[in-house]
Design a protein around this ligand. Sequence first.
Ligand SMILES: *[C@@H]1O[C@H](CO)[C@@H](O)[C@H](O)[C@H]1NC(C)=O
Ligand SMILES: *[C@@H]1O[C@H](CO)[C@@H](O)[C@H](O)[C@H]1NC(C)=O
Ligand SMILES: *[C@@H]1O[C@H](CO)[C@@H](O)[C@H](O)[C@H]1NC(C)=O
Ligand SMILES: *[C@@H]1O[C@H](CO)[C@@H](O)[C@H](O)[C@H]1NC(C)=O
Length: 242
Amino acid sequence: MNLKIPIVAVLLLLVWEKTVGQERLSQINSWTWTWAANDYQILQRVAMLEARQTLLEGTVAEQKAEITNLSKRIEDMKQRTWGSWGEWGQCDFSCNRSVTEGARVQTRFRNMTAGSVVLQTETDQRPCNAVQFAGCDKSSSADDKYATAFSFTDEIAQATCTAIRSEGGYVKAVRRTCSNQTVSCEDLCKSVSATCFNALHVYQPDNVLGNAETGRAGLKTYRYNSCLGSFCGPNFCCCDGK
Ligand SMILES: *[C@@H]1O[C@H](CO)[C@@H](O)[C@H](O)[C@H]1NC(C)=O
Ligand SMILES: *[C@@H]1O[C@H](CO)[C@@H](O)[C@H](O)[C@H]1NC(C)=O
Ligand SMILES: *[C@@H]1O[C@H](CO)[C@@H](O)[C@H](O)[C@H]1NC(C)=O
Ligand SMILES: *[C@@H]1O[C@H](CO)[C@@H](O)[C@H](O)[C@H]1NC(C)=O
């Protein structure tokens, strides 16, 4: 049997007899009171620690929420992508408006998305080109500096006919409907009191080239060196005479 416990018990009894056992009642009361005061301080400290812990728990919860939020934003950022540009808008212009008024500019858009949410939209603009001016064939007033945009095929035909006429004099490039139902350039020039000296087909562009694009043909013309074709065929007749 273990003798340690009885020995300790006897020692404790001896100590008690020497101290508390011989105290007077008032002293014992004060001794009890001291311990009660210590209890109160401990309780106070526990309460304080508990309060602090609640506070810290709140802070931790808030911080966790923020971390979740920020992590989500990081995920979003990773997924953020610019979409491809949309189609260019209509080349919306009137012949009497200047570029600063929004005339002859076309616009396109692209979206930045995260998932399927559109975060940002970017706008891109460019001036409309001569091909798109086709049809704006008259100026609205004498001081209209910008609007005189003939069909670009008229301008090509007029310049070509002028250049290939060896003699001096007036040259008119006259539009011809490209069809076997239409009279030949010989007859068409006669109908405007002039004489045919050549015929052309000025094509609509096969390729609309980008601003800085090189190495690819955009425009094309065919030169007939004849005024007789009554087919499709010539779409411009080179006529001389007023
Ligand atoms: C988390 O984000 C939501 C909406 O995105 C917001 O309402 C909330 O306040 C944010 N929470 C924190 C802790 O930032
Ligand atoms: C951009 O987003 C808007 C609205 O969500 C949509 O209507 C439009 O078609 C998008 N544009 C492009 C080029 O994706
Ligand atoms: C400009 O043209 C538009 C139509 O294209 C017309 O409605 C407007 O009256 C014109 N303005 C002037 C000042 O000529
Ligand atoms: C005119 O052209 C059409 C189509 O290109 C063809 O079908 C028709 O036979 C032609 N007519 C003549 C008289 O050449």
